[in-house]
Design a binder for this molecule. Structure first.
Ligand code: NDP
Length: 284
């Protein structure tokens, strides 16, 4: 039976370290601050933003929640971003996605200065990650890596399979595994023999967005299984991409949903915000 990788415990440890770092900065007169902009009334986004504000409070980070109406134009949003980008009291800046259809996400993301891009979504941070330079790592893949490392299983030389190739999860997760010398395969909707590919994975990261996509027969005995998916099953219950019970019988380590990657994603955002404040303090 697999050992459960407890997101709650790991996230609490990260947040404790962040809180200590925040305290140190405050003693030097710097109050780390994260600004979160949300446009419209997307219910899931509202939950995520609430979570970020709560995490900030727990870590001692100041949060600014800017809620703009759904009719906000792209220019109005860009103006607000420019204002926050130029505010020395704001260290981290993010726009909650998705945005309403009339706003171009890429344009908006690129309006965030890389040094405040605590989501790690701007082309500059993505490029730096690719070439192994210091940058803000995207929170979900960074959280996955922390969870894999927590097992003590060595990543170097292992077969790692990532299912999903989105810019925010799949691709950066693959890149971070490669950086730690895994032999990485990225699977997607056109992949042939996906089951066989997965069954050869020492480390399997599922970021598909389909409940029960990863079945027990896709798990190599002893594998580390990281379930990024957030779905609702037929009963309306929150679940991941992995059939947890079947996978847990074969895996060595497995993350639950809820209580897994989602919590680590939130904790990594706090870590990035602290780092942003530390770096900006040093740059002064
Ligand atoms: P996307 O929809 O952007 O990407 C899904 C990926 O899965 C695509 O690359 C797609 O392939 C692939 N895929 C879809 N169907 C299949 C299939 N039948 N076989 C193989 N591959 C398939 O999703 P995200 O990456 O944004 O998110 C993935 C999941 O992770 C979602 O459930 C999301 O809610 C969750 N998530 C969780 C977070 C957390 O904090 N825990 C944070 C972010 C996301 P193709 O490219 O070919 O279409």
């Amino acid at each position: 039976m697999a050992i459960r990788i407890e997101g709650k415990l790991l996230a609490a440890q990260v947040k404790e370290r962040v809180a200590a770092g925040v305290k140190e900065l405050k003693e030097k007169g710097i109050e780390p601050c994260l600004a979160v902009i949300m446009v419209g009334e997307n219910p899931a986004s509202q939950v995520y933003v609430k979570g970020k504000v709560k995490d900030c409070a727990e870590c001692g980070i100041k949060s600014l929640e800017i809620h703009l109406p759904a009719e906000t134009t792209q220019n109005e949003l860009l103006q607000k971003l420019a204002e926050l980008a130029g505010d020395a009291g704001v260290h981290g800046l993010l726009v909650q996605l998705p945005l309403p259809a009339h706003i171009d996400e890429k344009t908006v993301i690129e309006a965030i200065p890389p040094q405040k891009d605590v989501d790690g979504f701007t082309a500059v941070n993505v490029g730096r990650m690719m070439i192994g330079e210091e940058c803000f790592l995207p929170c979900t893949p960074a959280g996955c890596m922390e969870m894999i490392r927590s097992t003590g299983v060595s990543i170097s030389g292992k077969n790692a399979v990532v299912i999903g190739r989105s810019n925010i999860v799949g691709k950066p997760a693959a890149m971070l595994l490669l950086r730690e010398n895994a032999t990485v395969t990225i699977c997607h909707s056109r992949t042939e023999n996906l089951k066989q590919v997965c069954a050869n994975a020492d480390i399997l990261v599922a970021a598909v967005g389909r409940a029960g996509f990863v079945t027990g027969d896709m798990i190599k005995p002893g594998a580390v299984v990281i379930d990024v998916g957030i779905n609702r099953n037929a009963q309306g219950k929150l679940c991941g991409d992995v059939d947890y019970d079947a996978a847990a019988e074969k895996a060595g380590y497995i993350t639950p949903v809820p209580g897994g990657v989602g919590l680590m994603t939130r904790a990594m955002l706090m870590q990035n915000t602290l780092q942003a404040a530390q770096k900006q303090a040093l740059a002064k």
